[in-house]
Design a protein around this ligand. Sequence first.
Ligand SMILES: [Fe+2]
Length: 265
Amino acid sequence: MPRSPGGLETLDPTRQRQFSESGYLVLPGFLPEPLRARLVPEVDHWVDEGLRARSIAACAAPEAGGPPPVLELELAAHGELLTHPPLLRTLTQLMGPSFVFHHLHSDRHAPGIAGKPWHHDCEPNDRGDPALRMIHALHYLGGLDEKVGSLAILPGSHRRSADKTALAHLGTGEVPGETVIDRLPAGSTVLLDSALFHTRRPAPDGPGGPRYFIDASYCQTGARWRPVKPYWRHMLARARELGLSDSRWPELFAERHFTEYTGTV
Ligand SMILES: [Fe+2]
């Protein structure tokens, strides 16, 4: 991606149009090495100390009370990744300057983990407006290769309305027209229109290495979006308290862009 003298990453119109039409954009080696290197031990800490498990438990049983003891965005490098200026500037080019943070997930997939069947991850908004974009940033800290498996996507599938699991019956199998992303250098990012169907495929030759994977999602403002975590207000409040953003993206942690939590779908 070209950099202007001021350090502002720019997507040329061709790549912006490609994203609109195909629903994805691959950014090899997008993350600066110092940030990537700090993220890896944070992911290990998140997984090995049981923080990820407690985060999942807090979502699974919200009536048990309260948010988990630590949020992903409270880990310093994760907070920086969430608001990494080159990422936010790229998102601005794809959906305009007014968007809100939706959620952040961090994981270290164990070698041999099963694939994830075809699905999309777009949440509804209360205007039912398909023109409003939700974008997922998939960060592969260790890259992708034959040891950690691949990401397959179905270009253009974001442009037709479908349930998240409409293609789940296909498992992780090959679909006509798919594109496979199976080789990326460390610190690469793939931007997906959240309505794009995709599948995680396991390593072809059996268990290889762990997959360090962080995904963050963002929603264009203009309607209220459905949250996926019962403690979403706490999450936004902590982001504001930590000063993760600044005046360039004033809506990034604003509560007014969400409906009430009603459970996961
Ligand atoms: Fe997904």
